[in-house]
Design a protein around this ligand. Structure first.
Ligand code: ADP
Length: 459
């Protein structure tokens, strides 16, 4: 502005000099003075007008450049006008435009990188805003669910007709604790023989910052191939087990018949036949348990749950284990009430769970020890525990013992004829009932393992 003022002053000075020059050339009468003043005023007005027009043109160009940069034309620059002030202004505007251009280039490169990562992901991705509507999907999701390609702005249920997914979305969106992220995992079957595991995460406020507008991130893992291979494996095991059943029955039958013959009752023949019968029995048990596991795994229908008294199922299981308990001189003490507790379950499957746990407790506890069966009520379920005085299960193995064929310490079970399937069967049954099974250190008198499971209480 000082610069502009100086120019106006200089133009008035020049106009004044012009007036003086005219005055020196004309007669100094009234008409001459009037002419000189007129020339001075006219020159002054002309210079001012020229200066103002230049200034206005520069400001108009500046406004245009700022607007263009605001509209996304980050390459536009302002030509510096003559004069210090205009040059400074032009430099500031150009520096601002260069800064914005650099930031935008950086953001565009970042966006491109993120898009490449999201596009290359094998997992499907859906990002929801705070209002629960889709704000982003990736290519893998759209490949798996073509209807999700136009999902932006819609609710997940409008893109994927999966009510359980929408319910899970609402659970994470209504998560009250903003300081901790909410994580939910569900499995969905969106079509014929298609399975997905979906992880839903609502980031905490610390993770996103306030006002990020991020509601939830959904990651879809395709389990279809895994499930198909698992089914092939299960079918194979079931078929082989089934095929083994008949020859095993004949081996056992013939060996037992021979054992009944007088000439084979003693000596080496007797020992050989005993080994054949013992191993045939072990294999038969394994085949039966494999078939039992295959039946439970392949049963797509949920178990038929009725209101039953758990005590009765336990007593049925105890009758089946009576011989083993007698052989090992183990006492089974029940703290379950005779008429309860009442739970919702399939009675024969519950008996099988009790039998598998009881058999183990009797087998792995020392001879002459006591096995205790107890229960404790929960909020909407009942927990049962079978505790023994055996070696217990080391903490590191407590999850693995429920895997099929997993055994903690093979020498420990030598001669016991374990198949490594009893706990896997029990786990399947309990989980299909909506319950949970685990092993912990036994409390009180029992010093070994406590195998516990919880099932829904009868309403
Ligand atoms: P198994 O036929 O070998 O008993 P299970 O599936 O019933 O098969 O058990 C798996 C493994 O878990 C067993 O081999 C044993 O190592 C361990 N286990 C099960 N029950 C007990 C228990 N009551 N005490 C100690 N270890 C146990």
């Amino acid at each position: 502005m000082v610069d502009f003022g100086l120019r106006i002053f200089a133009s008035h000075l020049v106009a004044g000099c012009l007036g003086m020059f005219v005055l020196s050339r004309v007669q100094t009468d009234t008409a001459g003075v009037t002419l000189a003043v007129g020339v001075t005023v006219a020159a002054s007005a002309l210079f001012s007008w020229l200066l103002t027009v230049r200034q206005a043109r520069f400001l108009r160009q500046g406004a245009e450049v700022i607007k263009a940069v605001g509209d996304g034309d980050y390459g536009r620059r302002l030509w510096p006008g003559s004069g210090m002030a205009m040059e400074e202004l032009a430099q500031s505007v150009n520096a601002m435009a260069s800064g914005i251009e650099a930031q935008i280039t950086l953001l565009a490169a970042e966006k491109q990188r993120i898009e490449t990562v999201l596009g290359g992901m094998r997992e499907g991705l859906m990002v929801l805003g705070e209002d629960g509507r889709v704000i982003l999907t990736n290519k893998a999701l759209e490949d798996n669910f073509p209807q999700a390609s136009g999902a932006v702005g819609r609710l997940p249920i409008e893109a994927l007709p999966c009510p359980e997914l929408q319910t899970a979305v609402e659970t994470v969106l209504n998560w009250q604790d903003a300081t901790r992220p909410a994580v939910v995992s569900i499995q969905i079957e969106p079509g014929q023989d298609r399975y997905f595991d979906v992880s839903l995460v609502r980031p905490s406020q610390q993770q996103t910052g306030q006002g990020a507008g991020l509601g939830a991130v959904l990651v879809f893992h395709d389990l279809t191939e895994f499930r198909r291979l698992d089914k092939v494996r299960r079918d194979f095991v079931a078929n082989v087990s089934h095929e083994l059943r008949t020859p095993l029955t004949s081996i056992k039958g013939y060996a037992e018949t021979l054992l009944g013959e007088k000439k084979f009752r003693e000596g080496q023949e007797r020992r050989f036949l005993d080994v054949i019968v013992k191993n045939a029995n072990h294999m038969s048990k394994m085949v039966e348990e494999l078939l039992s596991l295959a039946r439970i795994e392949n049963d797509r229908q949920p178990p038929v749950k009725t209101r039953i008294r758990a005590g009765e199922s336990f007593r049925a299981a105890l009758r089946e284990c009576a011989t083993l308990a007698r052989d090992r001189d183990v006492t089974v003490e029940s703290l379950l009430p005779g008429d309860g507790p009442e739970i919702m379950a399939d009675a024969s499957q519950l008996t099988q769970v009790f039998r598998n746990l009881l058999e183990n407790a009797i087998k792995y506890g020392p001879e002459g020890s006591t096995v205790t069966v107890s229960h404790r009520p929960g909020q909407a379920d009942v927990t049962f525990c079978v505790s023994d005085m055996g070696p217990g299960v080391p903490e590191a193995e407590r999850l693995r013992v429920f895997e099929r064929f997993y055994r903690v310490d093979r020498p420990r079970v030598k001669g016991e004829g374990g198949t490594g399937l009893g706990l896997a069967i029990a786990k399947h049954i309990v989980e299909r009932h909506g319950g949970r099974i685990w092993v912990e250190q036994a409390q009180d008198r029992a010093t070994g393992a406590a195998f516990c499971f919880s099932l829904p209480e009868a309403l």
